[in-house]
Each structure stands twice: as C-alpha cells, then as structure tokens.
Design a binder for this molecule. Structure first.
Ligand code: FE
Ligand code: FE
Ligand code: ZN
Length: 279
C-alpha cells in the first residue's frame, strides 16, 4: 500500500494532525518539530500522544516524519548558532522518543563562506553530540537544492557527512524530488541512473523517506521553489514513476507542494489511483 501524506501543522497536537491526515486520504504525515521561525516549543502532551498511538494503529498510520526548523544551521561559523542547533535537535530527539521508531529530518546547513569541508565538519560534530545509542529515531539528512551555500546539494556531500558519523545506524537520508532536480539529477528522463548513482554513492539502504514535490524551475537551477504535482518541470508522469519505482515504492512519501487541504486531497487521490499494487 502506498504510504502517502503531506506536511501539516501540529499546532493542535498529534490527534488533530492524524485526523486531518485521514480526512485528506493520507496515512502518514510530516510536521515541524517546532515553530520553524522560532525555537519555542509546547510541553509534551502525554494524553494526546497516548490517544494518537491508538488512533494511528487503528487507521494504519505507520511511520511519521518530524522536520527540524529550517532556520537552524549546524554548519554556521558562529559558535552560538551551532550550539542552538545542538540544543534544539537534542531536545527534539528526546521528545521523539515518546513515539518510538519514527523519523527526524533536517537540512544539513549552509557553510556561508567557510567552504564545504569546514561546514561538513561542524555538521558531523553536531550529529556526534546529539545522536545517542539508545534512541529509536532515525535522523535523516535532506538532499538539498544547492541554493546559496547549502551543503547536501550532491550525493557526495551527504556521503561525506555520513562517513564521519559515529552512530551509523541512526543516520539516513530523505530525498526531496524538487531539490535533487534543482541540484541537477534528472529524475524526469533518467530515474534509474539517478537511483543507481544514489546507491553507489550513499547506498539505497540509507534512503528512508521521500519529499514528493514538483519544481517550478529547470534541471540544475538550484532555486528550491516547489510546485504542485504535474504543474512543474518534473511533471506528473515522472513523479508517478518515482512512487512506483521498485526501489522506492515501499518508502513513505510526503507532499510539500503549495496546496491547501483540498489541493492535498486531490494530489493524494491522484497518486493512490496511479500507484500500482503488488508490483
Ligand atoms: Fe526540508
Ligand atoms: Fe523537502
Ligand atoms: Zn524545498
């Protein structure tokens, strides 16, 4: 069965986001671990989490994905910003353990003018501080579009991070289709080759989730402007091929397309309709 959902607000708790997900035809969801523009966070509501746990089992919601605030920069030159990333992610991962076995995605960071290597070293330093042997959450590096000085614009840049992580089994990758397209990976015409390259450089066993987005811009544009499914440069057929690809079809897919709930309902219905069961 296709595991599909979209990015929703968790402002009203897990039960609320779960019901919203079911109402739009989804069976998984992504949410910001906290307000992306700030770092304020509400206390853990254990009653809500317990209710959600039961509801999720009854409704077939399996793995869910938390997204770290995109304003964090673990690769920053300023020590204070790096410290903020460590503290925020440590606290988020502590809270994730209330719902064991899920996923936590973050943007590796921007090196600004320090160079990729210096930025990468800081990201790894952060990961080696926050990852704990006892955690059940898998932390995902997101593939980036390469806007500005973003690290993670190529599979090699992600591999360089993974190589320096001590707790290897806690780290994975989330592939964003808009981002890799903008990064220069032609998933419209050469999906098999792109996945082959991913496998050789990173290993498909590391791939744990997909952000399914069309792109407003051309291949290699490094712009990061998401489009609705079928309304961008990648196109509906190529994105349907992604969800149906034998190497990807078992993964959870998260829409981050510019939509309201009605728009997400339509996109989820379309993808479910075009998903081929029992390949
Ligand atoms: Fe993201
Ligand atoms: Fe994304
Ligand atoms: Zn994006």
């Amino acid at each position: 069965m296709l595991q599909i959902g979209c990015h929703l607000s968790i402002a009203n708790g897990y039960m609320s986001i779960a019901k919203e997900t079911i109402s739009i035809g989804g069976n998984t969801f992504q949410f910001f671990s906290r307000n992306p523009r700030g770092t304020r966070i509400k206390e853990v509501d254990e009653a809500d989490i317990n209710q959600f746990h039961t509801y999720a089992q009854e409704h077939g919601i399996s793995v869910i994905l938390a997204h770290a605030p995109y304003t964090l920069n673990a690769a920053a030159k300023e020590e204070g910003l790096r410290k903020l990333a460590v503290e925020t992610i440590t606290e988020d991962l502590r809270r994730m353990e209330y719902l064991p076995g899920n996923l936590y995605n973050f943007h590796p960071g921007s090196h600004v003018k320090q160079g990729v290597e210096a930025g990468t070293a800081y990201i790894c330093e952060m990961l080696n501080q926050v990852l704990k042997p006892e955690q059940t959450t898998t932390v995902l590096l997101e593939t980036m579009a390469g806007k500005g000085s973003e690290i993670g614009r190529s599979f090699e840049e992600l591999r360089a991070i993974i190589d320096q992580v001590e707790l290897q089994e806690k780290i994975g990758v989330c592939m964003d289709t808009c981002h890799i397209w903008d990064g220069g990976y032609d998933i419209r015409e050469h999906l098999d080759e792109v996945l082959e390259e991913f496998d050789q450089v990173i290993g498909l066993n590391r791939l744990k989730a997909i952000h399914l987005n069309d792109s407003m811009n051309g291949l290699g544009s490094h712009k990061d402007r998401h489009a609705k499914i079928g309304e961008g440069e990648i196109g509906e057929d190529a994105l349907v091929a992604v969800v149906n690809h034998p190497k990807l079809c078992h993964l959870p897919f998260y829409l981050e397309t510019p939509n309201d709930l009605a728009g997400y309902t339509k996109e989820i219905a379309l993808l479910k309709k075009r998903y081929i069961e029992n390949k």
